[in-house]
Design a protein around this ligand. Sequence first.
Ligand SMILES: *Cc1c(COP(=O)(O)O)cnc(C)c1O
Length: 222
Amino acid sequence: MSLRDRLQEIEGRIENAARKAGRRRDEITLIAVSKVFPAAALIEAYEAGARHFGENYVQEFEGKYPEVKDLPEARFHLIGHLQSNKSRRAAEMFHSIDTVDSGRLAWRLEEHSQPLEVFLEVKLSEEEAKAGVAPAQLGELIESVRACSHLTLRGLMTMPPWSDDAEAARPYFQRLRELAASHGLTGLSMGMSHDFEVAIAEGATHIRIGTALFGPRVKRAT
Ligand SMILES: *Cc1c(COP(=O)(O)O)cnc(C)c1O
């Protein structure tokens, strides 16, 4: 199956999930997660119609950026954890930082005077090694971000604990939706290849799809 066919299949599934949930397709943004794949794969996805791209590592994206930066209307999202020493480069390359989880990072980004959209990453599970702000600290972080004149707060983002059962993610998606509503936020970045239909049913506005679009992220022998 070609990338174009896979994108079309995902499109069909998004439309179905939206219809079932009584939502419009255009309420949902597909972020094509291109980590590990070369710039050529992004360009192929772009030519097939993808416009939003998600990358996890600033350094990895730096290598691809010269080849993709002039694609008209392409929007680049950082969806991996951002270390503050890479914030300047990130602010230059990305349109949206989807993993802001501290006031300190928000201020760092603000200092670069680059207009940026941001999502706040919320930690909803007790699992170790999961980044994100605790729900109890979210109000304070929202205040900090709203005080940053270059940052536009779009909403919340989360990564539920890994499970191959898509239904296992549903309570986390519901929780994120409730949290966003309680803070007056509308953007919800949630749902990946294996659970995006559940996420759409629970109100996702941004879904992040890697494997289903680009294929498995295997290390290839060269
Ligand atoms: C890799 C990644 C994805 C995409 O995951 P797939 O299961 O390949 O669709 C989505 N979100 C984040 C934060 C990721 O790191």
